[in-house]
Design a protein around this ligand. Structure first.
Ligand code: PHE
Length: 341
């Protein structure tokens, strides 16, 4: 029995030396020291020993058990230390490595100027209205008093969506006037910014998609004077107090009288340059007093109410604001250009 015990002891010690994981270690503990383990099995046979042998074997068994326990404890500590230092190495964080640069986006210049314009109009009591870009021709043409023969109705000018010409990509934001007047009783005071589409060739001042800001005021006693006051305030806030405007007679089917409004060239200050084609002026918008036919068509009595409307070229307004000479820059999304704003 003594030999068996000693053999078990040295067997256990060499098995322990080769252990590689906590699971293996636990398996060995159970194998040798567990309730059904090999040493326990031997101790259970002690009853068959003589009275002299019993304490000797008992002591030896206890010694071997203690040795194994000690070896297991040592091995446990050693393995815990190993795994800690492995984690310290693998999870090491070098706080001196420079961080990754975060790129923050910014507003497009058109959005910057639109936000400024909105701010100015909201300050004058305007609300913001929206209308669809895919528009019914009834709203974009008929209800705006645009005759059947008008060139804007040609397939060469307008992006039709249906063969019967009843739906197209709106060529102006003016249909929003109609949509608002049909729904809302005067007093009305709205602006409506958005995209518009025309079959224009792309050059320094044209793009098949561009932006307008429509404006509409309808109330009792509204005149051309109110129109001038409103637009002059906009211009002086956007381009500075001393910026001059010029109201030129023009024709639009949905306003009478109608005008186009020019702003003193911001590049040359009105002296004449390449940007203003030597005229000293830059066209910014179309406007006028809402045609009585348009009011009546929307269910508003032109005997009681009058109004003014305008359509600002937002891209043009942006170019003037920053002295940008080529409209294409606004739509090419070149970050070298956009990062300047
Ligand atoms: N819709 C006109 C255009 O696109 C501008 C305009 C708007 C003129 C409102 C008068 C009144 O040219």
């Amino acid at each position: 029995m003594k030999e068996t015990l000693e053999k078990l002891g040295s067997e256990a010690q060499s098995a322990l030396a080769g252990v590689g994981s906590m699971q293996e270690l636990e398996a060995l503990r159970v194998k040798y020291l567990g309730k059904k383990g090999e040493i326990t099995a031997i101790l259970k046979q002690m009853g068959s020993l003589s009275a002299e042998e019993r304490p000797v074997i008992g002591q030896l068994a206890n010694q071997i058990r203690a040795d194994i326990e000690e070896a297991i404890a040592e091995k446990t500590t050693q393995m815990e230390e190993n795994s800690l230092s492995e984690r310290l190495i693998s999870e090491a964080l070098d706080v001196t490595i420079p961080g990754k640069e975060v790129t923050v986006g910014r507003k497009h210049p058109i959005t910057i100027v639109l936000d400024e314009a909105k701010e100015i109009f909201i300050g004058m009591g305007f609300d913001i209205a929206e209308g669809p870009e895919v528009e019914l021709s009834v709203y974009d043409f008929d209800k705006l008093n645009i005759p059947a023969t008008h060139p804007a109705r040609e397939w060469t000018d307008t992006f039709y969506i249906t063969e019967d010409e009843s739906v197209h990509l709106r060529c102006q934001t003016s249909p929003v006037q109609v949509r608002v007047m049909e729904k809302q009783e005067p007093p009305i005071r709205i602006i409506s910014p958005g995209r518009v589409y025309r079959k224009d060739e792309i050059d320094a001042s044209h793009s098949p998609m561009f932006h307008q800001i429509e404006g509409l005021v309808v109330d009792k006693g509204v005149t051309m004077g109110d129109l001038k006051g409103t637009l002059n305030l906009l211009v002086s806030k956007l381009y500075g107090e001393s910026t001059k405007t010029r109201f030129r007679p023009h024709h639009f089917p949905f306003t009478e009288p109608s005008c186009e409004v020019d702003v003193q060239c911001v590049v040359c200050g009105g002296n004449g340059c390449r940007t203003c084609k030597q005229s000293g002026w830059l066209e910014l918008l179309g406007a006028g007093v809402v045609h009585p036919k348009v009011l009546a068509g929307c269910g508003i009595d032109p005997g009681t109410y009058s109004g003014f409307a305008f359509g600002i070229g937002l891209d043009r307004m942006t170019m003037l604001r920053y002295g940008i000479e080529d409209m294409r820059l606004l739509f090419e999304n070149d970050l070298r250009f956009l990062n300047q704003f």
